[in-house]
Design a protein around this ligand. Sequence first.
Ligand SMILES: C[S@@+](CC[C@H](N)C(=O)[O-])C[C@H]1O[C@@H](n2cnc3c(N)ncnc32)[C@H](O)[C@@H]1O
Length: 263
Amino acid sequence: MRVADLDRDMSHVIPTGMGVDSEYLFARMTDLTLGLADAGGGGRVLDVASGPGADAFTLAARGALVVGVEPSSRMLGLAQLVGEEREGPAPAFVQAWSDRLPFADASFSAVYCKGSIDHFDRPERAIAEMARVTKPEGRVVLAIANFESAACRLARALDLGRETWLGRAVSPGRRMYDVPSDHFTRYDLDLMRQQAGAALHLEQIEGISLAWGFPGWAALLAALPKSLARGAVQALDAGARRIPDWADVVVLAGRPRSASTSR
Ligand SMILES: C[S@@+](CC[C@H](N)C(=O)[O-])C[C@H]1O[C@@H](n2cnc3c(N)ncnc32)[C@H](O)[C@@H]1O
């Protein structure tokens, strides 16, 4: 039996009440991913692991011909409900796994996969498939959470110091630097480069946000006036753009390598 993450609701990873930092991170992750995927404008675009389909609907509304591919019947059902409530152009949705995309070679001008690769049981095969179905001059865009971000490293070091030097046990439960139980892969930038670089000529690597999830950070921001909190989040995001190794999320974009080198 294939074990995969098909019934999640994301509530254990994404905080339910969205603070300034979460709002900023998720909005920028979406804007950057869709902006890079839709750079040519009006092309045929594939959303791999499209989930409830929000991104696919956004791109379709901008005029792209969008196909969402997603193995989960539950997610496809949610996308259908979204479609019933929205007017205007809608994406097509196809039920399939990412590592066996049911599309012809070079049939999309862009392919993107946002916040999902760490849920895949065969991520390298999935990236090779994304490269295969993308036109040679097209683009594959991957948005991935970084579990070696500055926030993860610092939080882990503080916990270790507390345990080692103060003898105080870390409180039970998942820490922000622990990979959620439904992730197959713990990504850092080196692993992202290695896996994506096998199938893609990487052209752009951009970091998003610093400090997201760090203990106490969201509470501190909530206590600040909103404009000050937003300014702080934007200033840290500027740092993440310069040093993607430290960023909370990394977006990588590249052209497919030729079939002979990527497969
Ligand atoms: C965190 S959700 C992200 C959904 C969407 N991309 C977004 O940003 O909202 C991860 C998605 O990956 C899908 N998934 C898990 N394993 C998969 C696989 N091997 N191939 C394709 N999709 C998979 C899940 O069904 C889920 O919809």
